[in-house]
Write a protein that binds this ligand. Structure first.
Ligand SMILES: Nc1ncnc2c1ncn2[C@@H]1O[C@H](COP(=O)(O)OP(=O)(O)OP(=O)(O)O)[C@@H](O)[C@H]1O
Ligand SMILES: [Mg+2]
Length: 390
């Protein structure tokens, strides 16, 4: 029996998967190089810190891992000792003690869990680094949780790690990652001013960049031809509106693949994307449907019928209007004129039932309508039921 299905390696869509490239973050990567490559070029001379800011799913965690890994291979080539240690402060409940324990355990796996205070761990870490004659690039991910929990002190001590003994080798370099820039206001003035010098702000991805990030996964996770380009564009359009979140984009891609498998399809179809992006907590707002005027309901039904019948992500206003006329025929209603129809459509857009976007092409400008987080089949059923009941 041959296995059909759309996936060849579903693990590539998993949240724990770390891709071996990072796309569209060249400037940020170069900024990290200019801050931390000294660890390899001139070991032990400087201790740098950086704040990396960016929205949810903007690639902060990936960038840190990716740079940490690239510095490792440079260090190996030059035979410089170097460790990259990535700690998620949320997972360590924002406790400096727990965070430092993680760092120490990376260097000394047998180190006991308990029995030390945070400042003692700081000294132990110093000693171990001396013993190993090593240097560390420490990434404190979701550092906002540490600041919320411990206030200014934790960062005060971390950033001054080398200030007690000015002549000792510089061994600790730190990246602070946060999606919340505001939390740094809680720091005392001198800690803040020493950190403010180096801030990397990750710009939000645009839609084309999100599409590239998706394509990388598509090529590795799916069978050839299982994900049409139109689907990649559709998902990147959704994710762009969802605060440009690359994680959301990959999640919807993954969910859409699952939906395709469930319905035994060889390709992801727009309806799979709509179903996957609807999520667990969203449902169609039936009350909002009931409050629509009679012809708005008919236009909405036409939208649902159109997307149920056509495996496309977008329809033109003309195509939907055609479907609207058919629906009117069926309900023996006289279709309203074009201007009125257009008003209904606009209202459905403002109520978030449909999306309307303008597209420029060689034929001029066209309005394109799409259905985003509602599966056409479900919408059709509900709207028809509500029309029949009224
Ligand atoms: N530029 C990129 N190239 C390839 N994959 C990316 C890129 N940016 C993000 N991703 C992927 O998107 C997902 C989210 O990225 P990441 O975890 O780095 O975001 P984040 O900024 O740390 O988000 P959060 O603030 O929620 O922790 C990951 O699966 C990551 O691999
Ligand atoms: Mg992250």
């Amino acid at each position: 029996m041959t296995q059909r299905g759309v996936f060849i390696d579903e693990a590539i869509l998993d949240i724990s998967y770390v891709p071996d490239v990072i796309l569209h973050r060249e400037a940020e990567f170069r900024a990290l190089e200019s801050l931390f490559d000294h660890m390899v070029a001139a070991p032990y001379e400087m201790s740098q810190k950086v704040i990396i800011l960016g929205g949810v799913g903007s690639g902060k965690t990936l960038l840190a891992h990716y740079y940490g890994r690239s510095l490792r291979s440079k260090a190996e080539r030059r035979r410089v000792t170097y460790e990259y240690i990535h700690v998620n402060c949320r997972e360590q409940r924002g406790s400096l003690f727990m965070i430092l324990s993680q760092v120490v355990k990376r260097l000394r796996p047998e180190f006991p869990e308990r029995g030390y205070a945070a400042n003692e761990l700081m000294d132990i870490l110093r000693k171990i680094m001396d013993e190993d004659n090593t240097q560390i690039l420490l990434a404190l991910d979701e550092v906002d949780v540490l600041i919320e929990n411990e206030g200014s002190d934790a960062l005060y001590y971390l950033t001054r790690f080398h200030e007690t003994e000015p002549d000792e080798p510089r061994r600790l370099n730190i990246m602070f990652l946060s999606k919340d820039p505001e939390v740094f206001r809680k720091l005392d003035r001198s800690t803040l001013s020493s950190l403010q010098r180096n801030v990397i702000r990750m710009r939000d991805y645009d839609q084309a960049q999100l599409a590239d990030i998706l394509l990388y996964r598509v090529e590795r996770a799916f069978r050839k031809d299982a994900v049409p380009m139109e689907i990649v564009d559709f998902i990147s359009e959704l994710a762009y509106k969802e605060n440009s979140d690359a994680r959301y984009a990959i999640d919807v891609l993954h969910g859409s693949g699952r939906m395709a498998e469930q319905s035994d399809a060889a390709q992801i179809q727009p309806e799979h994307v709509r179903t996957a992006s609807m999520g667990i907590f969203q449902t169609l707002n039936k009350e909002a449907v009931r409050q629509l005027s009679p012809h708005e309901k008919l236009v909405l039904l036409a939208v649902a019928r159109f997307f149920k019948a056509n495996d496309v992500t977008h329809g033109t206003t003309g195509e939907i209007e055609e479907a609207y006329r058919l629906v009117c025929e069926e309900y023996t209603e006289k279709p309203r004129g074009h201007t009125q129809y257009w008003k209904y459509l606009k209202n459905l857009k403002s109520l978030d039932f449909v999306n309307v976007k303008l597209q420029a092409s060689s034929q001029g400008r066209t309005q394109l309508i799409s259905l985003e987080k509602i599966p056409a089949e479900e919408l059709e059923k509900e709207v028809a039921r509500i029309i029949d009941a009224s």
